[in-house]
Design a protein. Structure first.
Ligand code: NI
Length: 166
């Protein structure tokens, strides 16, 4: 199955609230597998189902060690994710998005979050995340609520750079 096309702004699906996943059968498994191929083809660090024009609560985050590139990246597949705790401590950082080519922006995010959801087979998940990975999760979960980073950015600039878009 070929990878799916990533939609870009102002596609209306990017502004819709994604529906929860209730069926973890073949269709959902195919969507996840297609999203993984798409993430790798686009060299992204994260991808949300609405970005492939499917308004369902599925996100991928792929995270490798910044200190040691020989450590293979870990792929997180999270279904129906909710952030149950945001740290008061905020950090500012640069973000790009596969659905918003040519721009990057500075966004304040919580330094630490707790994410609850399900894995690809419907088993419950709970993760405490900090730093860059917490930022990617916040960006992807925003996509499920129709929110783009440019809505939150304090500063947006044009760039040809495509640094870990999500
Ligand atoms: Ni994005």
């Amino acid at each position: 199955m070929p990878a799916r096309e990533v939609i870009i702004v102002p596609h209306p699906t990017l502004r819709k609230k994604a529906a929860p996943v209730t069926d973890f059968g073949a269709e959902t498994q195919q969507l996840i597998d297609d999203m993984i191929v798409t993430l790798h083809e686009e060299s992204g660090a994260g991808l949300a189902a609405p970005q492939v024009n499917v308004s369902r609560q599925v996100i991928l985050v792929e995270f490798g060690s910044e200190e040691d590139e020989s450590i293979p990246p870990t792929l997180y597949v999270t279904i129906n994710p909710k952030i149950s705790r945001f740290s008061k401590e905020l950090v500012s950082g640069a973000e790009g998005c596969l659905s918003i080519p040519g721009l990057m922006g500075e966004v304040e995010r919580s330094q630490e979050i707790v994410v609850e959801g399900q894995d690809r087979h419907g088993e419950p998940l709970k993760m405490k995340l900090r730093g860059w990975i917490a930022r990617i999760f916040q960006h992807e979960i925003d996509h499920l609520n129709g929110i783009l980073y440019t809505d939150r950015a304090t500063n947006v600039w044009e760039t040809d750079e495509n640094f870990n878009p999500v």
